[in-house]
Write a protein that binds this ligand. Structure first.
Ligand code: NAP
Length: 307
């Protein structure tokens, strides 16, 4: 029987592990299929306090994990594929092995959102990507397109100009959701061309199993045209990873966990941390703070229950 099982190993999960381990609760961390979370897919993180020169995302998250392990947190491989939170102890199926635990911290984050076009889906890994840091290298000297109007799209477009000869940023509206500083940076980058009020209707060429171009349409004029591109990056936000808890923990219409205040979910003893609940801030530092809160609440809950 475990005291605390932490689901997820991004900033939130690792910080929860540090706090729970220092409270002598010997937490077990189940990292999921994307260990390290979104930070493991980023490059330089410039806004995490304490690193005036910035720190690489993968290094930051690995440091957190080592810090948690040094206090006794245990990490296994795999992901939670089913959960029974209807009775105590809670039960989690980690790829065939059931684990019993008194408390659960859900820090499973959020995954990249796709446009949902059949052609886009078929070409993932063949020129379609959701991660510039992972795949940008393959497009040296090539023509690249990024879809989205938020900070992620700006960040990806800027990053991809290191590799591509040109980057076209396509956004469905005239106004951008991105912060002014990120948008200005993209606007000032001579390699980036902004294409607003434009949607992607199709990614070519499924027959060749390779991205060769896209079909675009201006939503104001209705004009449609083809543009040649070699790499197609989708940066339009994320979907919370709460599928295995559906019908058990209360979530909102988009699947984000509904907070009952602090780190509490609708189930006493189950706590949330990070992007799985936060649709507003979604920063490494806020996720870390949320991980701390969840661990402290788990500790208090266990104490109140006499453990
Ligand atoms: P976001 O802010 O939710 O922006 C998503 C963008 O994708 C929006 O512009 C949206 O268009 C567009 N979009 C959504 N669905 C679409 C669809 N089906 N077709 C076409 N376009 C679609 O997501 P994000 O950019 O991933 O940022 C998430 C959070 O992380 C934000 O709080 C952001 O500030 C933060 N972030 C910060 C940094 C940084 O500071 N370095 C970097 C990355 C992310 P509409 O605007 O029309 O809805």
């Amino acid at each position: 029987m475990r005291n605390v099982v932490i689901i997820g190993s991004g900033c939130a999960g690792n910080t929860a592990a540090i706090y729970a381990a220092r409270a002598n609760l010997k937490p077990l961390v189940i990292p999921g299929h994307h260990a390290g979370g979104q930070l493991s897919l980023t490059s330089l993180v410039e806004n995490f306090p304490g690193f005036p020169e910035g720190i690489n995302g993968p290094d930051l998250v690995e440091n957190m994990k080592r810090q948690a392990q040094s206090f006794g947190a245990e990490y296994v491989h795999g992901a939670v594929i089913a959960a029974d939170l209807s009775a105590h102890p809670f039960r989690l199926d980690v790829e065939g092995e059931w684990i019993d635990t008194r408390t659960v911290i859900v820090a499973s984050g959020a995954s990249a959102r796709w446009l949902g076009l059949p052609s886009e889906q078929k070409l993932i890994g063949h020129g379609v990507s959701s991660c510039a840091t992972c795949d940008g290298f393959f497009y040296r000297g090539k023509s690249i397109m990024v879809v989205g109007g938020g900070d992620s799209a700006m960040e990806e477009a800027n990053f991809l100009t290191r590799f591509g000869r040109e980057v076209t940023l396509v956004h469905r509206r005239e106004e951008f959701r991105a912060s002014k500083i990120m948008l200005d940076r993209a606007r000032q980058n001579p390699k980036i061309k902004l294409l607003t009020s434009t949607v992607v209707e199709e990614v070519h060429d499924v027959g060749k199993r390779l991205v060769t171009g896209v079909r675009l349409r201006n939503v104001k004029t209705g004009e449609a045209w083809d543009q040649e591109v070699d790499g197609f990056f989708v940066a339009i936000g994320h979907i919370p990873n709460t599928k295995v808890f559906r019908g058990q923990i209360e979530t909102d219409g988009e699947g984000y966990i509904v907070s009952e205040g602090g780190a509490r979910t609708s189930i006493p003893g189950v706590f949330h941390a990070g992007d799985v609940q936060d649709r507003v801030y979604r920063q490494a530092i806020t996720a870390a703070g949320a991980g701390c809160m969840a661990a402290m609440e788990a500790e208090r809950y266990l104490e109140a229950e006499g453990h």
